[in-house]
Ligand binder design. Structure first.
Ligand code: NAP
Length: 458
């Protein structure tokens, strides 16, 4: 092979790292990479999933932008795989495709009442506060008491966004509509539920510490949760460095709670209640609206899991968020595991239902391995997929149309208003200028047509 033409579908970190690593990989052929993205702007979950009050993580965009600006990759934004370009089109123009479409839906929680008004998936709320163009501009923030199910970092993100005073988010890149929505948020109590104990959380220490540092919020702890945990946690877990640090963080909150109870610290106006060993069993509703969450108390089974205790409690609330993990979405003509929410694959080689490799089709990132791990993990993941792709060079597609102009011509013939890297620079500069005029770093443009028009200078 003299030249490998590769299409990558999904311009989040997984797709951009895969493009970068492929261009840098040791190989004996040239490579041309076209990156397709269904949104007008690149960066996937870094732009539309990372919380706006996490500028350090958002800063990964700088490294991703350097890759896009290297001149070696073409970017086609606002192009939907399966609608604007099909698998047949890709076969006609490329030797292979890598899907890096991530996981942007909420995992299902099958409990009664979960579809009631006031019950939301975390992914939808994150999309709203991160200014995703495809979700409604307004979000109903009317509840004084709110529940969040899950003990992972997404649960922490949405808890912070719900409990923080809106003015403390003003220096971030939140869109205007999000600031206005959060400003009217009347929340006083937030209840965070984990089905296991304090030593089994999926939080990371930095993010947990940050929760306790939110201004004007008291952390409320149930001491009984810790007795249960200490009695059963196994020795390996007790020595795990992350667990040790997080136990220290929670011990500090317990000590502060005692000082508050003794009247030594003035109470804050908002409270965040940590409920461990609390398994959600039903959303309590009245006239179709959330009024509470019924939980069953659990107990450790000695192996890191839990057993039911038959003790139930209902915590009153007017809205509830499920942050129990993301889930991938199926792609046209590509196999999909409904159970795991991923494309079935072996080290990134996509497999059909019989377990046979489908030539020319690869996957990387969360759509390959499921929605776990930090952004940096996508690099090693992409490396594994690329090693397979390079090793398979003699078994790939043989495209008929290899001229550089063929893809833009195809998109134009279908009236697809695609965006380019130059277009992204225009939108980026526009958002930064909006921010500067308001004394902020950036103000995101939210409507899809406005994003596209600015990118295409129309
Ligand atoms: P996660 O880390 O897998 O956490 C999911 C949580 O939901 C766990 O506590 C899990 O409990 C719980 N859960 C799952 N099913 C449940 C059920 N049926 N009932 C009750 N609870 C249930 O997922 P995530 O929070 O979506 O995060 C995804 C990845 O992105 C993680 O790797 C995370 O670290 C990363 N991330 C990082 C940041 C950051 O700021 N650094 C921000 C967001 C996300 P069990 O443990 O008992 O299963």
């Amino acid at each position: 092979m003299e030249k490998m033409r590769v299409a990558i579908v999904g311009a989040g970190p997984a797709g951009i790292y895969a493009a970068d690593l492929l261009l840098k990989a040791e190989r004996d052929f040239d490579v041309e990479v076209d990156l397709f993205e269904q949104l007008p702007a690149p960066y996937g979950l870094v732009r539309y999933g990372v919380s706006p009050d996490h500028p350090r993580i958002k800063g990964i965009i700088t490294a991703l932008r350097d890759v896009l600006d290297s001149g070696a990759i073409r970017y086609f934004g606002n192009v939907r795989y399966g609608v604007d370009v099909t698998l047949d089109d890709l076969k006609k123009h490329y030797n292979a495709v890598i899907f890096s479409t991530g996981a942007i839906r909420d995992a299902n929680l099958s409990i009664p009442g979960v579809d009631a008004e006031g019950s939301y998936g975390a992914a939808d709320f994150v999309s709203w506060f991160d200014g995703h163009p495809d979700v409604p501009r307004t979000w109903p923030l009317e509840a004084r008491s709110v529940g969040v199910i899950g003990n992972g970092n997404v649960a922490l993100d949405i808890s912070r966004m719900l409990i923080k005073h809106a003015d403390d988010l003003l220096p971030t890149e939140i869109p205007e509509n999000v600031y206005e929505g959060l400003k009217a948020n009347p929340i006083q109590e937030l209840h965070l539920f984990g089905r296991r104990g304090p030593k089994y959380v999926k939080f990371t220490p930095l993010e947990l510490r940050e929760l306790g540092e939110v201004r004007d919020v008291d952390m409320v702890i149930n001491e009984a949760d810790f007795d249960r945990d200490d009695a059963y946690a196994d020795e390996t877990l007790m020595k795990n460095k992350q667990v040790v640090v997080m136990t220290r963080i929670m011990d500090k909150w317990r000590a502060e709670q005692k000082e508050r109870e003794a009247g030594e610290i003035a109470p804050a106006s908002r409270r965040l209640h940590m409920h461990f060993w609390s398994k959600p069993v039903a959303v309590v509703t009245e006239e179709g609206r959330v009024t509470g969450l019924k939980i069953e108390r659990t107990a450790p089974d000695g192996n890191g899991g839990v057993i039911d205790t038959g003790e139930f409690e209902t915590i009153p609330m007017q809205s509830l968020y499920r942050a129990i993990g993301y889930f991938g979405s199926p792609l046209e003509e590509i196999p999909f595991s409904e159970e795991r929410g991923v494309i079935p694959n072996d080290k990134g080689r996509v497999l059909d239902i019989t377990g046979e490799q489908i030539p020319g089709v690869y996957a990387t990132g969360w759509i390959k391995r499921g929605p776990i791990g930090l952004i940096g993990h996508t690099k090693s993941d992409a490396m594994e997929t690329l090693e397979c792709l390079i090793a398979d060079q003699d078994k790939l597609w043989s495209p008929e149309e290899t001229a550089a102009e063929a893809i833009p011509a195809l998109l134009e013939s279908r009236n697809v208003p695609y965006t380019t890297i130059d277009g992204w620079h225009r939108l980026d500069a526009h958002e930064l200028a909006l921010g500067e005029a308001a004394g902020r770093t950036r103000i995101k443009v939210v409507p899809r047509d406005e994003m596209t028009d600015i990118s295409r200078a129309e």
